[in-house]
Design a protein around this ligand. Sequence first.
Ligand code: C2E
Ligand code: MG
Ligand code: MG
Ligand code: MG
Length: 286
Amino acid sequence: HAKNCGKNNAKLYSSSLTMQIMSHVKLEVGLRKALKNQELYLLYQPQIEVRTGEIVGVEALVRWRHPERGIVSPTEFIPLAEETGLIVPIGEWVLRTACNQAMAWHRIARRSLRMAVNLSAKQFKDENLSQIVISALHDTGLDPKMLELELTEGTLMDDARATMATLEQLRAIGVYLSIDDFGTGYSSMNYLKRFDVRALKIDKSFICGLPQDTENAAITRAIIAMAHGLKMVVVAEGVETDEQLLMLQEYGCDMVQGFYLGHPSPHEAITQILLQPCAAAPAPAK
Ligand code: C2E
Ligand code: MG
Ligand code: MG
Ligand code: MG
């Protein structure tokens, strides 16, 4: 009896494993064609300056409209793109599309928004990275100061010497750098001093428990104090409530991003915001 049970379980397990592998392979095959078939698109999430309540930038977030599966989240296909190296051409497409969109807003609304683009570790290690960035800026005409590349702690910690060389190349181009998901990876405070980073983005896992969670509150305050001491700007990610915004304002956080201030949205929706006479986000209740 027990044996039978085990056997059945093993069979069940192996068939679901096979299915997992098959769907992984299928997804990979699909991802190879996604760019050519124009199945990828970008959403843009507002980044709001706390002091003024104004939208000053957006973060570009990629989506995949799969012909059978519907919308696939980047948390699912970016790791696959990394594994297969497809992240390099996909990343280049993201960068060009985002720079192009920033220029389009500039033309339509005569307002400049800083465009933040996520870079994964493999893109950062690609020897052609600076050339890709230079040509995206050149071909679209975007001012390098209006482009911000988001890196994670993991990417920066990998190989100190190569990292420094790449960061120096990017700095020479004149783009800004920020550290994404700050506080969730291994960080050495040393690199914050050495690297020329404009902004720290506090990971949403610290913001989500605010204002009740006293530990997350302490961490958030400490990150803000440290960043300001190092002349960096702080962005809070994942702001979902008015109370969180109020608390972050009290703590002196510079910028906020999250569902409370605006979901990742198609470019047309951002254009609408920019064309409003006063493009202000909801102000925290006093
Ligand atoms: P991320 O760069 O940290 O982006 C923030 C994520 O938080 C986004 O998820 C965004 O939709 C989500 N988010 C924004 N506001 C809130 C909020 O108030 N509450 C909650 N719970 N979530 C919020 P998304 O778009 O699913 O992207 C997930 C991750 O995928 C990104 O995390 C980034 O690491 C990666 N990613 C997205 N687009 C790209 C890309 O073009 N290139 C690369 N290399 N990675 C990308
Ligand atoms: Mg990001
Ligand atoms: Mg993040
Ligand atoms: Mg991230």
